[in-house]
Design a protein. Sequence first.
Length: 110
Amino acid sequence: MEKKTKLHIGELIHKRVQELNLTNSQFANLINCHRTNVNNIYKQETIDVAKLQKISEVLHVDFFKYYVADYSYFPSSDKDVISKRIEFSPEELEKLSKNIPVVVEVVVKK
C-alpha cells in the first residue's frame, strides 16, 4: 500500500501567496489579520474552516480539495458541488483588484 504524505495546509497557502507575488502585508490585508499572524498561518498543519474559506476566496484556490484524498468515490453530481466557483461582491472585487497583481476570472454576486 502506498504511503501518503501528511497534508501541511500552511505550506500550500504559503506557496500560493508566493505564486501571486504577494507580500505578507498584502496577504494579511486581504484576510483581515495582522501581518505578524501570516507566518503563523504558514506554520500551521491544520487550520480553522472559516479562516480557510476566507483564504481560499482571496487566493482563488479551493484549499478544501486537498482534504479529499480521492474524488473517484463521489458521484459526478457531488464533484460539481466540490469544485464550485467562488463568487465575489463588487466591493470584494474592488479590494482584490487593488491587491492582487494577476488577472482572474470572477463571477459577481448580484
